[in-house]
Write a protein that binds this ligand. Structure first.
Ligand code: GLU
Ligand code: ZN
Length: 305
């Protein structure tokens, strides 16, 4: 049994990422299970080892120490390929030759209960000669999961039961890189992760991941999705919102202790301005105190000591 934080090392962690990491760490510590960190560096163009180091240093500065070695997805492609092979054996994999633009225009047509932007199934039933034609034109196929319009439900510890229709999710991109939804499912299972804590922008992906778990014969962990931190314009936190990383904040005179205090207050775990250590928060941790709405940067900053 374990909990985990799974950042993409494509930049510095911002306050939203750090707040989610704090919840993931608290959830693991409160349950007395190991807390793992996994680097989701499937995209090797945007990922870097420097970002990994900075992210780990930021977590450590807040007192969010991890257990065991840090795993990198870029070193585990063979495991994802084994899972694809397992799905292929069940005739659940097909080649998709669509470009992004083709999917966008096809997906804008109404197609029943599927979520917006869902893959409309264009390549599901291509004949051999149609496939050969596309291949001859130099297109490299992505691999997709053959679904059957399933609606899959899961229970979130904060949000309760959530059901979503599942589309033919990508398993491997056209450039050969395994897809996020597959990698996350394989890794959580192989690492013994029993609690998934992450940002709530991934709620719509969770039914897909639960379906993949079932098809691969893997267990389903518990889920706790944490609301995002947004800028004062209501948009998900980004560099342009100002001092949003530990480095920016330190330069502005706000050190790790103040950052932890702000994050704890925003989660209902400390009074605004109260000095706390991460370890002190473990016994206060309760997913029910996490405010349901996205937190605005200005509100976070208001509780700075
Ligand atoms: N790597 C993803 C992210 O940084 C998180 C994936 C997950 O926690 O399942 O948004
Ligand atoms: Zn297609």
């Amino acid at each position: 049994m374990a909990g985990r934080f799974a950042p993409s090392p494509t930049g510095e962690l911002h306050l939203g990422n750090l707040r989610t990491a704090l919840v993931a760490w608290l959830s693991a510590r409160a349950a007395g299970v190991p807390f793992l960190v996994r680097m989701e560096d499937l995209d090797r163009v945007t990922s870097s080892v420097e970002h990994e180091h900075t992210q780990l240093a930021d977590l450590a500065a807040l007192g969010l120490h991890h257990d065991g070695v840090v795993v990198r997805q870029s070193e585990r492609f063979h495991r994802y390929e084994a899972a694809i092979a397992h799905l292929r054996d069940q005739s659940l994999v097909y080649e998709c030759y669509c470009t992004r633009a083709e999917i966008r225009s096809a997906a804008s047509a109404p197609h029943g209960p599927l979520p917006e932007g869902a893959y409309p199934g264009t390549c599901r039933d291509l004949a051999d000669d149609e496939r050969a034609e596309r291949r001859a034109a130099g297109r490299r196929p992505a691999l997709r999961l053959r679904t059957h319009g399933e609606t899959v439900a899961f229970v979130d510890e904060r949000l309760g039961e959530i059901a979503g229709a599942v589309d033919d999710v990508v398993l491997r991109r056209g450039d050969g890189v395994p897809a996020y939804n597959l990698a996350v499912v394989v890794d959580d299972a192989l690492q013994g992760v029993t609690q998934v804590v992450r940002a709530d922008d991934l709620v719509p992906s969770t039914p897909r991941q639960v379906l993949l778990q079932r098809l691969l014969g893997l267990p389903t962990p518990t889920y706790l999705h944490v609301p995002l931190v947004v800028g004062d314009d209501g948009v998900r936190l980004a560099k342009r919102h100002g001092a949003v990383t530990m480095r920016d904040l330190a330069a502005a005179g706000t050190g790790p202790a103040e950052v932890l205090s702000m994050l704890a207050a925003s989660l209902g775990l400390a009074r605004p301005g109260e000095r706390v250590a991460a370890d002190d928060l473990v016994e206060r941790f309760d997913p029910a105190t996490i405010p349901p709405e996205p937190v605005r940067l200005a509100d976070l900053q208001r509780s700075e000591p």
